[in-house]
Design a protein around this ligand. Sequence first.
Ligand code: PLP
Length: 457
Amino acid sequence: MGDQVPSVVQAYIEKTPKSRALYQRAREIFPSGVTHDSRYLQPYPLSVARAEGSHKWDVDGNEYIDYFGGHGALLLGHNYPAVVEAVRDQLSKGTHYGASHELELEWAEQIIQMVPCADKVRFTSSGTEASQLVLRLARAYTGRSKILRFATHFHGWHDQVAFAAVPGDGAPPAGITQDVVQNTVLCEPNNAEQIEQTLASRDDIAAIILEPTGASFGRVPTYGDFLRRLRTLTREHRVLLIFDEVVTGFRVAPGGAQAHYNVIPDIALFAKVLSGGFPGGAIAGRADIMDMMTFRNDPTWNATHRIPHQGTFNANPISACAGLTTLKLIADGTVIQKANRSGEQLRAAMNEAAKKHGLNWLVYGEFSGFHILPLSEDQSFSLDDIAAGKVPYTVFKGSVPASLIHQIRCGLIAEGVDIVSWPGGVISAVHTETDLEKTAEAFGKLLSVVKKNREKI
Ligand code: PLP
């Protein structure tokens, strides 16, 4: 690539002077000028001023088709009218009662109605909090200390899950203590034999946690057979099976990935779509596990066995209202099917564009997600290979050069499309045919630049 700024990055810079100016202020205040690592972009991130439906507008007034989708939270797109109306109404009734309220009850009842594993529910303020709570519950319930999780799978940013997000990156970041690392058993995604051997050879594993459609909404796909195998093995060894449905819950199917695959975990965690575009998370699962949080008429048990749980904004009325309204809207599956169909259509159109430009890039994924895999000239995997589980997981994450991902993101922003740096994105139920066509066109334009410059990249 040399020192020269690639033309797609140059196009991004020319289009976004106000984002650049805001970044000059932001970098003095926020580490790296951002408030979430995923929004980091060189030479500066995009600053957005407003959003509506499937679109958003940056501070320079440029319009984008949005596939960031509020980090996956916005299945109904930005400002869905029924959700906005319900929240406006709730605002006038109060935002925080510091007390129990009927909305939280209705929200939880709706979850129990939709999610197969949900006997009981507890709300948190984020997916990360739900992840931390569910792992502590699993250790307390089983009396075992270790959590088994998979390289590349993401479960938030608390200590036990904040390492090995990409292949080979087993080293924990600074600040995570050795005992946390030692209490985490890291396995390869989709390697059933490894799980079988691990569970047969030790009795200290409390739970297995995974993203049920694979790391980052299927960036590293996982398959139904693997989930079924995990279910059998965890039952055999009395290990809890935890599905992290923070993305997949209420997006893959009304009852989440567990309903789609008919593999019912012992407990699951949710966030994002759960609270309709507002902050919130939840755990939901078997009553006997959830009851580890129940006060008993036994002070000793309460002091030594019960799992305490606080959180100022748990089930706050605004999130409860937005979440309940959203879940009711999607409960019959129509909205999800619409987003899933758009996903299929977009992936097909983007693959068509790649074929047209003679590039062996693949756009894969399932449900309402898409993942761009820019294979190098000497790689010859196909979509069928991915579906058949024949592609090593290390190809999906960590193998695409950062400079190329950067050019894909900047190139698409320059063409009016904002994606996530997997690279890929999430599709809402309000993306239109025109959005999908324009996205495939923008992708085609990016590909023609890439093709021209392939030797430079
Ligand atoms: N689990 C998964 C699968 C996620 O994708 C995320 C966030 O992207 C989390 C957990 C953490 O959720 P939150 O960002 O709400 O803390």
